[in-house]
Design a protein around this ligand. Structure first.
Ligand code: GAP
Length: 454
């Protein structure tokens, strides 16, 4: 897709996200905070549905994975042992002229930073870019009242470390045997130098991570198993398969902890990018924690009496990036004809979200605000909301109301018309096919339950 179109698609998506209450810029009334976003009423539901789906498939449906919710703040030695203090860095260059900062590998920089030929991509000055310096991406803060080096703590840059330091607590309390996993969903923070593309790369984000502890020598097999499992999970979100691909990390891309890594990439409007990674982390993390903490982190195999430090296969997905994948994949602009065009105009913007992921499952509309229709509609709304997240809308023409719900991705529109007050039936409009079924009010819960499964 040419860049101009790509920019427009993202612009349109960001604007829809604000208009319909999916995502707002953080602290917008103060001019916003760089690359930090807030989820509105529909966004919080969509992201929650994705996280719940992940939790269900990774924890509830498996006998060999336990859940955990570790704290964001951890002992600072954790990040020395994990290699993040020394190795979680990006090379950074400064422009001495305009004082802007860039990643040294920013494709907009012409020439070699530190050399006279290098040109600043913002002010255009030549020879003003410094040689690259390593910049740590962890946010620092202070614990307790004294702001000194000894009280520095970090906001976690990945949730994984909370799992490693608890792995024996979880294993022993849940009586799991290797191979087994620990799953966690939670916030992570990175002081990214070049964040951007809406919720794609932000400084505060949520991860859905699972660490699978295996016997050394079996990690390659488990790595392949988890690659298959995770791709199947992503496809089941309803993402178009031609927009998904694998990318294996080359030696210069591998994180400091990984021996092998594959990303699941999606073709965003701004190009192919990762939104989940499967990593073979070997015994790197546990060995380092054992050394730094001076505590044995070996597993005792109850059958063979063997002691060993397990190897770890990690699946690491971003909840926000997965939400962006789902939004990008669902966004459509369509021509419509017939009655729909007459009522709401001949083009529509629609989010074709998988119904089980949609924030609102149905919207209830009295055709007009008289003749007993609002009373019937309120009763239906009250009954339905005990089962699903549903919305009541009596504002404006029915065509406009349909269009608002199309943009919200609401799969079903329930209209109460003159006939409804006579025979206790309603029309149910399908967001994608635009077909309308006449359904008995008493059957609505069963009708929607069947449609929303999956
Ligand atoms: N524990 C391994 C780990 O953190 P990662 O590849 O650095 O691996 C995993 O991150 C996932 O977390 C990414 O695929 C992405 O979905 C999400 N992620 C990482 N940095 C992010 C950021 N700055 N903004 C939003 N999501 C991010």
């Amino acid at each position: 897709m040419p860049p101009a179109t790509a920019d427009k698609t993202m612009e349109k998506l960001v604007s829809l996200a604000k208009r319909r209450g999916f995502v707002f810029q953080s602290s917008e009334i103060y001019g916003g905070l760089g690359s930090v976003w807030d989820y509105g009423p529909l966004g919080v539901e969509l992201k929650k549905n994705i996280k719940e789906r992940w939790w269900r498939s990774m924890v509830h449906e498996r006998h060999d994975i336990e859940g955990l919710d570790a704290a964001i703040l951890m002992h600072p030695k954790v990040w020395e042992a994990s290699g993040h203090v020394s190795g979680f860095t990006d090379p950074l260059v400064d422009c001495k002229q305009c004082k802007n900062r860039f990643r040294a590998d920013d494709p907009k920089i012409k020439g070699t930073p530190g050399q006279p030929d290098a040109q600043c991509p913002v002010c255009g000055s030549k020879g003003t870019l410094t040689a690259p310096r390593q910049f740590n991406l962890m946010f620092k803060t202070f614990m307790g009242p004294v702001e000194e080096q000894a009280s520095v703590v970090y906001l976690r840059p990945e949730t994984a470390q909370g799992i490693y330091v608890n792995y024996l607590n979880v294993q022993q309390s849940s009586r799991q045997k290797i191979p087994f996993g620990i799953a966690q969903i939670g916030k992570a923070f990175r002081n990214e130098i070049t964040p951007g593309n809406f919720i794609f790369r932000t400084r505060e984000f949520e991860q859905m991570e699972m660490q699978f502890f295996v016997k050394p020598g079996t990690e390659t097999e488990w790595f392949e198993t988890w690659r298959t499992e995770r791709m199947n999970w992503v496809k089941a979100l309803g993402i178009r398969e031609e927009k998904l691909r694998w990318h294996q990390h080359g030696p210069d891309e591998l994180a400091h902890y990984a021996k092998d890594a594959y990303d699941i990439q999606y073709e965003f409007p701004f190009g192919w990018q990762e939104f989940e990674g499967i990593h073979n982390r070997t015994d790197f993390d546990l060995t380092n924690h054992q050394q730094h903490a001076g505590k044995k982190l070996e597993y005792l195999d109850p059958k063979t009496n063997e002691k060993f430090i397990p190897y770890v296969v990690e699946t690491s997905a971003g909840a926000d990036r997965t939400t962006l994948v789902v939004l990008c994949d669902a966004y459509k602009e369509e021509e419509v004809g017939g009655e729909e065009a007459a009522e709401g105009g001949d083009t529509r913007v629609v989010l074709k979200l998988k119904p089980s992921l949609a924030p609102l499952k149905a919207a209830v509309f009295p055709l007009v605000n008289k003749d007993g229709m609002p009373e019937v509609a309120h009763k239906i709304h009250d009954d339905l909301r005990r089962h699903f997240n549903v919305f009541y809308d009596d504002g404006g023409s029915i065509g406009r109301r349909y269009r608002r719900q199309d943009e919200a991705g609401t799969p079903y529109g329930i209209t109460i018309d003159g006939q409804s007050t006579q025979d206790q039936t309603v029309t149910v409009r399908d967001r994608d096919t635009l077909k309308q079924d006449r359904v008995a009010t008493a059957q609505l819960v069963a009708y929607l339950t069947q449609k929303l499964a999956g």
